[in-house]
Ligand binder design. Structure first.
Ligand code: PLP
Length: 375
């Protein structure tokens, strides 16, 4: 069959028509256990216990695998659980390379994990091709592109070349991109990871994570059995909500990107703003690469340096009426965050505000930012 476009895959993400009722939306099966007949055979061989099988989860995995052009996907109860499941496959004394300046929760957990497992950890700026090419030894390379909150763009093809040379597994956190904007497996990544808590679900009401694999490899099998046996599985309600959210993913992301470009253009010219980090701005260092690597658009996330200090930035955040002052990103509602408050010792500028642009009217968002900055 002809390959379907993302909008079609997502709109029909509910899977097949429910054979029992004809419903166009899949039912939720909350049962954790499944009965056996008098002969002690399972009524349906696929269903025995919910830790091993969850229909709504399988639908979400199938949808994400299609969107990412992946051989298979695995769903987790959070983005962090997905990341941890890959790192846990590393033997003691292995070598891991991660991008520096990424989501601090990821860095924080990986540091502590590598320390207690005697894994050599190198944090480097993977957005710099020379730094990337200088990697000599690695069992696993982890990059986040665009990075959060610096929006740095790593050349996935270049990272894949290094991964091949060193024999490392390349995993790309593509949360700020989504499969609508970029498909890292097409550039040579082995695994693409998303915090599905963000734009994939898009409604700020589900915690979830996903790994999509280029191949149904030995690594896939290992991570899948570890997930099921050790029990880092998502519940049916959350998986069902994720399916519902993903049906509108392309529409939401398209609108969010269009609005984000308008917001970024407004901010970069504003006298109360020092700088804007947004891959869609031609002045942004990663712009040219983003144009190639994110053919679907530049995303909905940006960081803004407000003229002045922490007080000035916090005052701007405090005056916003439409942007909710909250962490996270990728939801239908626009959010503003003063990252320095959350991670005061990681080098985030005190005057940086991170914006996640939602699906509201872009003119309203710009007006709100205008009044908060002082027109
Ligand atoms: N990766 C990125 C880029 C994130 O922004 C986050 C959370 O903010 C995570 C991973 C972790 O995902 P979760 O909060 O779903 O565990």
């Amino acid at each position: 069959m002809k390959t379907l476009k993302p909008a079609t895959i997502a709109a029909q993400a509910s899977g097949a028509i429910d054979p029992l009722t004809g419903g166009v939306v899949p039912p939720i099966q909350p049962s954790t256990t499944f009965v056996r007949g008098e002969d002690y055979a399972l009524l349906n061989g696929e269903y025995a216990y919910a830790r091993y099988h969850n229909d709504a989860g399988v639908i979400a995995e199938t949808t994400i695998a299609s969107l990412e052009n992946a051989a298979a996907a695995l769903l987790f109860p959070s983005g962090m659980a997905a990341i941890a499941s890959v790192f846990r496959t590393l033997p003691n004394n292995a070598t891991a390379v991660i991008q520096k300046g990424i989501y601090h929760g990821t860095t924080h957990w990986i540091r502590s994990f590598c320390q207690r497992r005697d894994i050599a950890l190198h944090e480097i700026d993977t957005s710099d091709n020379a730094t990337l090419a200088a990697i000599e030894k690695a069992d696993l390379i982890f990059v986040e592109t665009p990075s959060n909150p610096w929006l740095k763009i790593t050349d996935i093809r270049a990272a894949a070349t290094v991964a091949k040379r060193t024999g490392a597994v390349l995993i790309v956190d593509s949360t700020a991109s989504t499969p609508i904007l970029s498909q890292p497996l097409n550039f040579g990544a082995d695994i693409v990871m998303h915090s599905a808590t963000k734009a994939l679900n898009g409604h700020s009401d589900v915690l979830a994570g996903v790994l999509a694999f280029k191949e149904k490899s030995h690594l896939f099998n290992r991570i899948q059995s570890e997930r099921n046996d050790a029990g880092t599985v998502i519940g049916p309600f959350d998986a069902w909500l994720l399916n519902r959210g993903m049906r509108t993913l392309p529409l939401r992301v398209e609108r969010m990107c269009q609005s984000a470009e308008q917001v970024a253009k407004f901010l970069i010219d504003h006298p109360a703003v020092d700088d804007v980090f947004y891959p869609g701005l031609p002045s942004f260092p990663g712009h040219k690469l983003a144009r190639k690597q994110m053919p679907g658009g530049f995303g909905f996330l940006m960081s803004v340096l407000i003229k002045g200090n922490a007080t000035n930035a916090l005052q701007v955040a405090g005056r916003l009426n439409l942007f909710h002052r909250a962490t996270s990103l990728g939801g239908v509602e626009s959010l503003v965050e003063h990252r320095h408050t959350i991670e005061p010792d990681t080098g985030i500028p005190e005057n940086l505000l991170r914006l996640s642009i939602g699906i509201e009217d872009p003119g309203d968002l710009i007006d709100d930012l205008g009044q908060a900055l002082g027109q």
